[in-house]
Write a protein of this length. Structure first.
Length: 362
């Protein structure tokens, strides 16, 4: 089998069967995949990690995804919405600490008040940072007009995970209604790209009902859709969600973790010049989870800079890390761990996806 894995790794492109075999690699074999992914990272995007200061500014959401702890139907959490003033303080923190970029993320809303508020927030974030802060947003499905409005206001990267590229599985993890619609989500991804953003998506790994074939299709989906950035990580169950009933059918957490590392490594080999985030959910399983992802192909890390008092209420899943640490505590040893791991830090650099500029040139 080991020979097979080495042989597959020699291929220029991977077929679905190749990817399935790589995903099934055993402990020794997977080291070959990880080594190759690391070499490709070094050659195509450099051994450099870029920071994105993550501000989870509100857990108010009108959706009901079956996996998510902040879904609208969960009445057992305190809802919060951080003041613009505090959000802008977090932006200043990121800027002063040379993070160069922030990510604004929240539950999904599409009312006019929300749309306008985000527009202003984006403009102000630029103003207070001499137009220098790079902004990624992750605010769910919106109309093309809204995406464009926010792009024009200063955001230049957008993250909208497809969650799974398999339509049947999509409806096993979402209700089937107007707010949760597979085709709408696909269209949203296209609109994001059309509006001019560096386009990010991703999936959860280890979902109930998910197969290795589904995951192979997810990787092919990213390639076919010419995605610029990927954030994918393990699914972690939450008691107050419908998917919790399937917890006994899930892969053990450590296996979900290894599978996530394999997904990242295979993707790096398949899509050499994209940005790949080391998802926070990796850290919920292994304290050094994100650093391990950097060793196998990821190049983006998103330290949480949300004001601490609100973090406990942005619990998408159990065991969410760093909910009681301030931004400073969270980042002080992060740098040391990244550097020990062999990466340099891209301080004061946006670290945009090279794939995006290559795509534009082409
Ligand atoms: N509401 C926006 C959206 O859905 O795109 C942005 C925030 S949402 C909380 C961000 C991501 O969290 C989702 O795309 C999903 O993949 C992830 N997430 C939610 N629940 C999760 C869970 N139980 N385990 C792992 N990731 C989860
Ligand atoms: Fe809302 Fe996003 Fe959670 Fe779905 S994943 S319930 S849209 S916050």
């Amino acid at each position: 089998m080991q020979k097979n894995i080495s042989k597959i790794l020699e291929n220029e492109t991977f077929s679905k069967t190749d990817i399935i075999n790589l995903l099934k690699a055993d402990e020794n074999e997977r080291q070959l995949i990880f080594k190759k992914a690391h070499e490709i990272k070094e050659k195509h995007v450099g051994l450099k990690t870029y920071y994105r200061g993550l501000v989870e500014f509100s857990n108010i959401c009108y959706k009901n995804c079956f996996y998510c702890g902040i879904r609208a139907a969960n009445k057992n959490i305190v809802r919060y919405d951080i003041d613009d003033k505090e959000i802008l303080e977090a932006v200043e923190f990121a800027y002063k600490n040379k993070y160069a970029s922030v990510v604004f993320q929240s539950g999904e809303r599409d009312d006019d008040e929300f749309i306008e508020r985000i527009e202003n927030l984006l403009k102000k974030s630029k103003q207070i940072t001499n137009n220098e802060i790079g902004i990624t947003i992750s605010l769910g499905e919106q109309t093309y007009e809204t995406y464009k409005k926010w792009f024009d206001a200063g955001a230049h990267r957008y993250l909208l995970r497809i969650e799974t590229s398999n339509k049947d599985l999509f409806y096993k993890i979402h209700p089937k209604n107007e707010k949760h619609n597979f085709e709408k989500r696909l269209k949203a991804l296209k609109d994001i790209k059309k509006a001019g953003y560096q386009t990010g998506t991703g999936v959860m790994i280890g979902l109930p009902f998910q197969t290795i074939e589904n995951l192979a299709d997810d990787l092919l989906f990213f390639k076919e859709n010419d995605i610029d950035m990927i954030g994918m990580g393990p699914f972690i169950e939450h008691t107050e969600t419908p998917l919790y009933q399937y917890r006994k059918n899930l892969l053990p957490l450590n296996e979900r973790f290894i599978l996530s590392l394999k997904m990242i490594a295979i993707l790096r080999i398949m899509m050499k010049d994209i940005n790949i985030a080391a998802a926070t959910a990796l850290q919920a399983i292994d304290a050094l989870g994100r650093e391990k992802a950097l060793k196998v192909g990821a190049n983006i890390i998103m330290p949480n800079i949300t004001p601490t008092q609100n973090r406990t209420n942005y619990q998408l899943y159990e065991n969410k890390p760093c909910i009681d640490e301030g931004a400073d505590d969270c980042t002080s040893c992060l740098e040391a761990r990244i550097v020990i791991g062999g990466d340099e830090l891209g301080y004061n650099e946006w670290g945009d996806s090279p794939h995006f500029s290559n795509r534009k040139k082409a």
